[in-house]
Design a protein around this ligand. Structure first.
Ligand code: GDD
Ligand code: MG
Length: 368
């Protein structure tokens, strides 16, 4: 069986990180997010994953290449966004029979083989993986009958309009002949157009409910949560590298004997952690980063090539590649610093503040 991963979106809610890296390529514990989808494909015996690209397509080819172990990777690029169903339609020439579609930003431990078996045994035209969430407003809400038959599909409803907390988990098994119903070369949506149309026409769409781990990595807060969940074992995937006391090393790193590093922490190649630094996981420190002490890093992600100066605190925040934080700074409460940005001494970046890539924040320019 083949699968399509939709990776063409711009990831606007994840800006500024997605200005430089498309969301499915953002590292999760120093592996690209899409790597986790490839792993699921591998486990389920899917032989080819087609990446439906739009935004920064060449980066996908560079990072992922044409094969990951047993899984062949191919690419179909769209010059103008075709939407989710349009993106899959664009892969039609490469699809020969029943196939799977993944949203490229979904992290899950769902049993794909069981999803496929359910699809086959019910004879559905489409089977949608469903997961239960507390607040369904940012997802596709999918009420089902007791038989599993999907009754309705309501994309991003208000709370009053949401008849259930079971939502579209962003994985579908689809019969190839359904592609004929998607118009060619124009934007078309699974969620807002195709699924409602199938239901209206009486086509059998089945929901597959699962309580497996599931997260849509759509916002900086969810991105940090993904790191937390992976490192605490909820995803049932080991962090990469060689483990020692909750620290996962991906190469050679220097950690001063006078630093305090409490795992889980993933530490990239060439990282330097100086004397009197305190790191409390879950934290991921990308390659070639340098942390001077005294300073503190807590529940944060540093993408790599970063520096953090003396007396600075980074907590619950994300530093894009090569972002530098000078001395005496507080970076906290889901602040996101874009690639190559330079934050001068004495700044306080808090409450979801985002610094665009390459921006230089002058000393003591931002305080609360
Ligand atoms: N090729 C292509 N073309 N891919 C696209 C396009 C496009 O025009 N637009 C979005 N994508 C890709 C994105 O890159 C992403 O991986 C995936 O499609 C889903 O887009 P999101 O922008 O992340 O959608 P969402 O999170 O708001 O909602 C979707 O996912 C939820 C679950 O994660 C919907 O499918 C909801 O129904 C669902 O509940
Ligand atoms: Mg999403």
């Amino acid at each position: 069986m083949k699968a399509v991963a939709l990776v063409g979106g711009q990831g606007t809610r994840m800006r500024p990180l997605t200005f430089t890296t498309p969301k499915p390529l953002l590292p999760l514990c120093q592996r690209p997010l899409i790597w986790y989808t490839v792993e699921r494909c591998k486990t389920a015996g899917i032989e080819e994953l087609i990446l439906s690209t739009g935004y920064k397509p060449q980066l996908f080819e560079t990072v992922v290449g044409d094969r990951v172990e047993d899984v062949k990777i191919s690419y179909v690029h769209e010059t103008d966004p075709l939407g989710t169903a349009g993106g899959a339609k664009n892969c039609e020439a490469l699809l020969d029979s029943t196939f799977i579609v993944f949203n490229g930003d979904v992290l899950t431990s769902v049993d794909l083989s069981d999803l496929i078996r359910t699809h086959e045994s019910t004879g559905a035209s489409v089977t949608i993986y469903l997961t239960e969430v507390e607040d369904p407003r940012e997802y596709g809400v999918v009420p089902t009958a007791e038989t599993g038959e999907v009754l309705d599909f309501i994309e991003k409803p208000s709370l009053e309009e949401a008849p259930t907390n079971f939502v579209n988990g962003g994985i579908y098994v689809i019969e190839r002949d359904i592609l004929a119903l998607i118009p060619e070369g124009v934007p078309y949506s699974f969620e807002r157009e195709l699924f409602p149309k199938l239901l209206e026409d009486g086509v059998l769409v089945v929901g597959y409910k699962s309580s497996s781990y599931w997260l849509d990595v759509g916002t900086p807060a969810k991105y940090l949560q993904a790191h937390n969940d992976l490192m605490s074992g909820r995803l049932h995937v080991q962090p990469p590298g060689t483990e020692s006391d909750g620290l996962y090393f991906l190469g050679e790193a220097y950690i001063s004997p006078d630093a305090e590093v409490v795992g889980p922490v993933v530490i990239g190649d060439g990282v330097r952690v100086e004397s009197e630094v305190s790191i409390k996981g879950p934290v991921s420190i990308g390659p070639d980063s340098r942390i001077e002490g005294p300073s503190q890093i807590t529940r944060s992600v540093l993408l790599g090539g970063n520096s953090v100066g003396r007396n600075s605190v980074v907590e619950d925040s994300i530093l894009g590649e090569r972002a530098e934080i000078a001395s005496d700074c507080l970076v906290s409460e889901f602040a996101v610093i874009g690639a190559g940005a330079l934050v001068g001494s004495g700044n306080e970046l808090r409450r979801g503040m985002r610094v665009w890539p390459g921006v230089e924040v002058e000393d003591s320019a931002i305080k609360f």
